[in-house]
Design a protein around this ligand. Structure first.
Ligand code: SAH
Length: 369
């Protein structure tokens, strides 16, 4: 096993990032496992370490650029192995130049999107997808309207981040944050997401700090429970969006399966076990969930320490909802502040290229490129 051949630090959740990477690359390239690949390509362990480093850390995606390898080996590797599992099919850039959206073609013909956000003040965030489509059918979300296609592999998740990081680097920016807020529900593709997190976090590889990553869930309670036990410092965000079951079920059908009481119990257990804060996402839907009374009930729900509420302006993607007015958002925020709930109003990025949260849905015209 490569885990023994190549020493590396234990990655997030005790997953060995380099072993995961090679096992997945081997499968992607049609080998049963990494030993078969090594034997076939006659690669000694130090070559594996070099290739991993070149791809995951230095962000190379073409063997011809791997000048640490002899030319003949580069040529033979290029024939048998691929360094990326996602292929850019289309890119769009917002008018204010703050946001870029990338559409990727995947091996089986599916497509997903990722977003690069250049924040004022220097932060650079990648927003990546965990599934092609989504099965949860939240009534306000564009991805959900299109239905579910399939889970992404850990490599397809990682490679989106690598691609976005490479695009950032071309502008002399380095990725400071990464959020699983693109298409899909990360906790319904748990293992691939956590394997990707381990690879992203590996100090010998992509090297993004765990605290710089955030997994956002619509409220998959068993996923929150497993995540609590991981012992990693990746942030947890919960898309709450409503202070009571009746409204939340209307907005998010998943609430029938895991209603608010169960969700909040899992969140409290997470805080107790990890002493880490939970971020609550609350989408501001005009005159649906944005009354002061909703804010009061939301504050009552949260209780206890270690939470933060992000109020998200709605990017109108479904005809039946509209954005909450700024005065109503501010009033809502004030009610939460009066009750001691730390709250941030997020500002919208990339709305003009449909690259804001929840707008990621492949339109066929773009997909045909
Ligand atoms: N399935 C996960 C992660 C993907 S969605 C989750 O539900 O958290 C990422 C965030 O974007 C969620 O908070 C989601 O509710 C929000 N979102 C969805 N549609 C949106 C829209 N049209 N405008 C703004 N935010 C939206």
């Amino acid at each position: 096993m490569i885990a023994h051949a190549v020493p590396s630090l234990p990655a997030a959740g005790n997953r060995d990032a380099q072993a995961l990477w090679w096992a997945a690359r081997a499968r992607q390239s049609g080998y049963d496992d990494v030993d078969t690949l090594r034997a076939h390509l006659e690669l000694p362990p130090y070559r594996l370490a070099q290739i991993y480093r070149a791809a995951a850390k230095e962000l190379h995606d073409r063997f011809e650029d791997l000048t640490v390898l002899p030319r003949s080996q580069r040529e033979s590797l290029a024939k048998h192995l691929r360094l990326s599992s996602v292929h850019p099919a289309h890119a769009a850039h917002s008018g204010d130049a703050q946001t870029s959206k990338f559409l990727f073609a995947l091996a089986a013909g599916d497509r997903v999107e990722a977003v690069l956000m250049r924040h004022r003040g220097g932060r650079t965030t990648a927003c990546i997808s965990s599934q092609a489509g989504c099965a949860l059918r939240c009534s306000f979300c564009a991805t959900g309207q299109g239905g579910f296609f399939r889970n992404l592999t850990s490599l397809e998740i990682l490679d989106q981040a690598v691609y976005v990081a490479r695009a950032a680097r071309a502008e002399k920016r380095s990725l400071s944050n990464l959020v699983f807020m693109g298409m899909g529900e990360p906790f319904l593709n748990y293992d691939a997401v956590l394997d990707a997190v381990a690879m992203l976090n590996d100090p010998h590889g992509f090297n993004l700090g765990a605290r710089r990553m955030t997994i956002s869930t619509a409220g998959v309670v068993p996923g929150i429970e497993r995540f609590t036990a991981e012992g990693i410092q990746v942030n947890l965000a919960i898309s709450l969006h409503a202070p009571d079951d009746e409204l939340r079920t209307q907005l998010m059908p998943i609430n029938k399966k895991w209603p608010i009481a169960k969700l909040m119990a899992a969140a409290r257990a997470y805080v107790a076990a990890t002493r880490r804060k939970v971020f609550y996402e609350y989408l501001m839907l005009g005159e649906v969930n944005d009354r002061p009374e909703d804010a009061r009930r939301l504050a009552d729900l949260l209780g206890g320490p270690l939470h933060h509420v992000n109020l998200i302006p709605y990017n109108a993607t479904a005809a039946r909802y509209r954005q909450s007015e700024m005065t109503r958002m501010r009033r809502f925020q004030n009610v939460l502040h009066e009750r001691g709930v730390p709250t941030t109003v997020r500002y919208t990025m990339g709305a003009d290229i449909a690259a804001a949260c929840g707008q990621l849905r492949i339109d066929q015209a773009a997909a045909a490129l």
